[in-house]
Design a protein around this ligand. Structure first.
Ligand code: ADQ
Length: 464
């Protein structure tokens, strides 16, 4: 018999990674803010997490890990191609990010998205006890709230979108537009990273379905659906603790030494994604070197570009472009044994990332569009020494909160260069002032605060 829960999280991925130990399947909780934030709520409510466990083919049986009940959903190779790489990552992802790459529309992808969303809704309906709360996460599952409401009208349903929600004129390109909107409207509360996104959503409901709204509340079939902004954050205490540990501090020193103890280390850490503005950042660095405003080896750049969605066309093309630009900069400005850009197409442990943050004088976060951007928040939290400077795109959700960063418009190359140069040249006193204000904000706005605000608004009782 299936175990039933009072609190259910539904997300594309389960918060676990498989560790291979010969023939046995073993699981480890994956690092990440979302699971850390939701863990206490899940544990207190005998919670269940519904999601894909990675890999194609049959899913493992439901199992428990560290106090959470995990309910794996299977995805076939074809579904991975159509629902995940296709509709989620080649249609919705680019469309919701200002169409910085042209979205691709395919009937087969939409059909698969529908089928997989129905599978997630079935599973959630099965594991939720009477009157339970279900919290659905992100753009891969936008049809789930309505599908779930149809199956289980007794549930309290929340939805949170981690990426931007586009303005009406962009959303209207979507062939499946009314279906997606109705899908989201199945929730009682629809959360976004930004107020502007919530506004786009309520206006769209009126424009596309003729629904009435007052403030942020939409009336649908006699129900009230609330929209709101809940900017996500990180586990600030964990990052502070990790970055001040002797091991991470020693590693940060070692990284600087390995880089040749330059005066200025400029760092970028992103998934290799075309929304992140990696190319424009490299170009700004190259032009400052060409202008003689920066010189190697006094200034070096480290760009970590985490492998991501490697089977999607746009991502393959991006990798070629980024690697060509790195090669060009090193060809023109490097010397034997002294590259200008250290490019790392790899994943790292949390502590190695923290050491990189501590080692960097300037952190560049320059997305063309980003729901939030947690790297910016991690960097600020990691700088317990009050050193370092953050260059931040105005088009990252984080820019609404981190106002003391060196803000720039990523579409304006001169603006990016200017912000980078100001960050390189800022006095230690001014840098300290800026970082401290941002740290103070983050301490009261961590990921726990995010989860609590959302669940309180949804009306979940006894969330601490
Ligand atoms: P992402 O687009 O994945 O998230 P981001 O918010 O920056 O982007 O989070 C990336 C995370 O991955 C960070 O925690 C970072 O430390 C980690 N990471 C990056 N490179 C790594 C590497 N090489 N090794 C190990 N870890 C690495 C989406 C939205 C964002 C939104 C988040 C959360 O696109 O806008 O902030 O969800 O809602």
């Amino acid at each position: 018999m299936t175990e039933r829960s009072a609190f259910v999280v539904v997300a594309n991925r389960l918060p676990v990674d498989e560790v291979s130990t010969g023939d046995d399947r073993e699981w480890r909780r994956s690092p990440g803010g979302l699971v850390t934030a939701l863990h206490p709520v899940l544990a207190a409510h005998r919670g269940t997490w519904v999601g894909w466990s990675g890999g194609a083919g049959p899913a493992p049986e439901p199992f428990d890990l560290e106090g959470i009940h995990l309910h794996p959903i299977p995805l076939s190779t074809e579904e991975l191609e159509r629902y995940y790489e296709g509709q989620s990552n080649a249609t919705i992802w680019p469309l919701y990010h200002d169409a910085v790459e042209p979205p691709m529309f395919r009937r087969r992808w939409r059909e698969s998205y529908r089928q997989v969303n129905a599978r997630f809704a079935d599973a959630a309906a099965q594991v939720a006890e009477d009157g339970a709360t279900v919290w659905v996460q992100d753009y891969q599952l936008q049809l789930v709230p309505a599908m779930l409401r149809e199956r289980r009208p007794d549930l309290r349903i929340g939805f949170f979108l981690h990426i931007p929600f586009p303005p009406i004129e962009l959303f209207m390109q979507m062939p499946q537009r009314a279906e997606i909107l109705r899908g989201l409207l199945g929730a009682d509360l629809v959360g976004f990273q930004q107020r502007l996104a919530a506004q786009n959503f309520v206006r769209l409901a009126r424009h596309l379905l003729g629904l009435r709204y007052e403030g942020q509340t939409i009336e649908v079939d006699g129900r009230r659906v609330k929209a709101g902004a809940f900017p996500i954050s990180i586990d600030v205490a964990e990052m502070e603790e990790m970055s001040t540990s002797p091991a991470v501090q020693a590693r940060a020193k070692q990284i600087r030494a390995e880089l040749g103890d330059p005066e200025t280390v400029i760092l970028g850490v992103d998934r290799l994604d075309y929304t992140k503005g990696i190319e424009l950042r490299l170009k700004a660095f190259r032009e400052l070197l060409a202008d003689g405003k920066l010189t190697v080896p006094e200034a070096v750049m480290v760009q970590v570009a985490t492998p991501s969605r490697e089977r999607v066309e746009h991502y393959q093309a991006l990798r070629v472009k980024v690697e060509r630009e790195v090669g060009r900069i090193n060809g023109e400005f490097g010397r034997v044994g002294v590259p200008a850009v250290h490019y790392l197409h790899q994943s790292y442990s949390r502590s190695e990332l923290a050491a990189m943050y501590c080692a960097a004088d300037v952190m560049m976060v320059t997305p063309l569009r980003d729901g939030m951007n947690l790297v910016a928040k991690e960097y600020v939290a990691a700088r317990a020494d009050n050193g370092g400077a953050l260059v931040l795109s105005e088009f990252a959700g984080a820019a609404t909160e981190l106002r003391q960063a060196f803000l720039c418009n990523p579409h304006d190359p001169d603006g990016v260069k200017e912000a980078l140069l100001r960050a390189v040249e800022v006095s230690p006193t001014e840098a300290r002032r800026r970082i401290r204000i941002m740290q103070r904000h983050l301490r009261t706005h961590d990921v726990d605060h995010w989860a609590r605000s959302f669940l309180n608004e949804l009306g979940v009782p006894d969330v601490k």
